[in-house]
Design a protein around this ligand. Structure first.
Ligand SMILES: Nc1ncnc2c1ncn2[C@@H]1O[C@H](COP(=O)(O)OP(=O)(O)O)[C@@H](O)[C@H]1O
Ligand SMILES: [Mg+2]
Length: 264
């Protein structure tokens, strides 16, 4: 079934085709991405793993249509992406909640822009807040929440308009280790009940393997793809998989790849 904007109800596939990206700044040129080719199947979770400064965020901005590539193109369900990609939700490392709005007000922010009916949007916002354990905090303000809670609210806001694609740029990077692990478990639960196509940026190997169906490892800048790994554990995943041999095997392989290429 096709929705009016051409999306397949079975999800949206993303293809990154022969992408090169350079920034020109004060007459000098910085090459950031070099010949990136990548397919993310509909409703699959893909992590991009790479060293700091290699171009991970740049790649996410390209998929969001917020940057234009120097060459190459992004395909969304086989169609070339032109301009900003509106059917995606974005979560950044630091929450971008407005301090003068309540949690519910923040989650409802996209409702106007996306022209969502108010009552249905409010109901969805409340359901999302409940799913991430923030029920009871609807009237709180961001400064009354912990970092983890603020990121949960940011996640709800990004999901409000039921985007086909989620773009997440180190969303748990600023959280302490325990909170991060909890957030990872919650995200895999959310993804199992309501799977979307996810592009997830991280520099944490275990996080990438725990969450993903596909892990793409980037080299240092200008980043090219060093290798891709398939991770076949079923969803939702529990922390038990972290103790399996298969989990350790993939983590060790990626770590070895980082060592061989001088990243670690
Ligand atoms: N808007 C921009 N203008 C100029 N240079 C940029 C811009 N965005 C990123 N860069 C440069 O591109 C490189 C990769 O940045 P980024 O994609 O943020 O890396 P990562 O997310 O992997 O840490 C860095 O050298 C950064 O300085
Ligand atoms: Mg970044």
């Amino acid at each position: 079934m096709q929705s009016p904007d051409g999306n397949d109800s079975n999800g949206v596939g993303i293809s990154v085709c022969a992408i090169n990206m350079a920034f020109e700044r004060r007459g000098s040129r910085v090459d950031v991405l070099s010949d990136i080719n990548l397919d993310i199947a509909p409703r699959k979770f893909c992590s991009i793993l790479g060293p700091s400064g290699c171009g991970k965020s740049t790649l996410l901005m390209l998929v969001a249509g917020l940057y234009q590539p120097s060459s190459g193109r992004i395909l969304v369900n086989g169609q070339t992406l032109k301009g900003c990609y509106s059917d995606c939700g974005i979560v950044f490392q630091t929450d971008v909640l407005l301090p003068w709005l309540s949690v519910l007000g923040n989650v409802l922010l996209p409702a106007d822009v996306k022209k969502l009916p108010k009552a249905a949007a409010t109901e969805r916002a409340r359901t999302l807040l409940e799913q991430v354990g923030l029920n009871g905090f609807e009237t709180h303000y961001p400064n009354e929440l912990s970092g983890g809670m603020r990121q949960r609210a940011s996640l709800c806001r990004a999901l409000l308009h039921e985007p086909a694609v989620m773009l997440m740029d180190e969303p748990f990077g600023a959280l302490d280790a325990l909170t991060r692990e909890r957030m990872q478990s919650d995200l895999t639960k959310l993804g199992a009940t309501d799977p979307r196509t996810v592009l997830f940026i991280t520099h944490d190997i275990e996080e990438a393997v725990f969450l993903s169906d596909q892990v793409v490892v980037l080299s240092q800048r200008p980043a090219s793809i060093l290798r891709q790994f398939d991770v076949n554990f079923p969803h939702p995943r529990t922390s038990d998989i972290r103790r399996t041999q298969e989990f350790h095997h993939i983590v060790d392989e990626i770590r070895e790849l980082f060592r061989e290429t001088g990243i670690l």
